[in-house]
Design a protein around this ligand. Structure first.
Ligand code: GUN
Ligand code: ZN
Length: 374
């Protein structure tokens, strides 16, 4: 573990002898969570349709929220006056906030990247706005998240070598500016984000630049942006070993069951993704037998649970036919039920991954999981 005056500490519990995956625990000012961990996404200071009590019952130890969205609405100053993001949303466990870099690139129109920062238009009302490393840091300091992310540039896929090289160098300069602007290092940990696209030497350069600055944790960004899964796994194979073993490693934007397992095998400790909550809202469920589209007509008179192998609140109490009816009738309770199930499914998957690491059998677990899930 690191020195005492840092907000985030990583405790390595054991390494899986079969796979090399890490079982650990991340300690934050709002409690500890076991890793590898999946972080449900609460973009607008809420994990859509689910209460904090329900998230706790599902064993979520940390959730993610977004600088970009909270800056636009309701504004970080308002949240600061409310007593910080934890108080504002009544969540007393850990929160990680993404820096806004990625959302500016994926959501807003007309963005201009300059050395100083990024000019963009709000996706809500078209207002001209500007986000910089200093402002992204100030916003996250005001929100009071336990883990803050450095303001980075996530290049599109594919992107040519020279473009990605420029963006890696800018991301390193921006990370240093975030570190300088960070006003609360004793109670908030600032993680850096390794970029470099699909280029090994650029990943190497990015990791070398950022690890020399000694952040309390490191993320791998710029993946799950449309590249084939094999390419992502190959990038992880050479990037994860570039990161310090005594700090948490976070793979951003990844949350499909196969990628959570493959990422864990490669030494990743933290993941986030909108996938379980987003697909739940169009009636798609993750089950032990693969994806199930409960809207489908074939479930109209299926009175069994979404997943017979699941013991979540939804599966213990409601049928496929009922949930299908609610969703088709646009009743919000329907998407609450599928959201609860999908989050439970992924959080339980991560519990199973941790148990398999503990027992040195994560590769066996993967093979059995894929045989069933498909
Ligand atoms: N979310 C998913 N990928 C990324 C990334 O590369 N950077 C940031 N800031 N957030 C992400
Ligand atoms: Zn369930």
């Amino acid at each position: 573990m690191g020195s005492d005056n840092v907000a985030i500490k990583y405790e390595l519990i054991k390494v899986c002898k079969q796979s090399g995956a890490r079982l650990g625990r991340v300690h934050t000012p709002h409690g500890s969570f076991d890793t590898p961990a999946f972080m449900p996404v609460g973009t607008q200071a809420t994990v859509k349709t689910v209460s904090p009590e329900e998230l706790k019952a599902m064993d979520a130890g940390i959730i993610l929220s977004n600088t970009y969205h909270l800056f636009l609405r309701p504004g970080h100053k308002l949240i600061e006056r409310a007593g910080g993001l934890h108080r504002f949303m009544n969540w007393d466990r850990a929160i990680l906030t993404d820096s806004g870099g990625f959302q500016v690139f994926s959501l807003s129109a007309m963005r201009k990247i300059k050395e100083e920062g990024v000019e963009f238009r709000s996706h809500l009302n078209g207002d001209r706005l500007f986000l910089s490393p200093e402002l992204a840091t100030e916003i996250q300091n005001a929100l009071g998240s336990d883990i803050m992310m450095a303001f980075d540039e996530c290049p599109p896929y594919p992107a040519d070598y020279d473009y990605v090289k420029q963006s890696v160098e800018r991301t390193s300069r921006w990370a240093e500016r975030c570190l300088k602007a960070h006003a609360r290092p004793d109670d908030q940990g600032l993680f850096a984000i390794v970029q470099g696209g699909m280029y090994e030497d650029l990943r190497r350069q990015s990791a070398a630049d950022l690890t020399s600055l000694d952040f309390p944790g490191y993320a791998i960004g710029g993946l799950s942006v449309g590249e084939p899964k094999d390419v992502m796994y190959e990038v992880l194979d050479y990037t994860v070993p570039l990161l310090p073993a005594d700090k948490p490693r976070y793979l951003m934007g990844v949350g499909s069951p196969d990628a959570l397992i493959e990422g864990s095998i490669r030494g990743i400790d933290m993941f986030d993704c909108v996938l379980p909550t987003r697909i739940a809202r169009n009636g798609t469920c993750m089950t032990s037998r693969g994806r199930l589209v409960v809207r489908n007509a074939r479930y109209a008179e299926d009175f069994g649970p979404l997943d017979p192998a699941c013991d979540c609140y939804t599966c213990r109490n409601y049928s496929r036919a009922y949930i299908r009816h609610l969703i088709k009738a646009d009743e919000t309770f329907g998407i609450r039920l599928t959201t609860i199930h999908n989050l439970h499914f992924l959080l339980k998957l991560m519990q199973d991954v941790r148990q398999a690491i503990m027992e040195d059998r994560l590769l066996d677990f993967r093979d059995r999981f894929f045989a069933e899930y498909g």
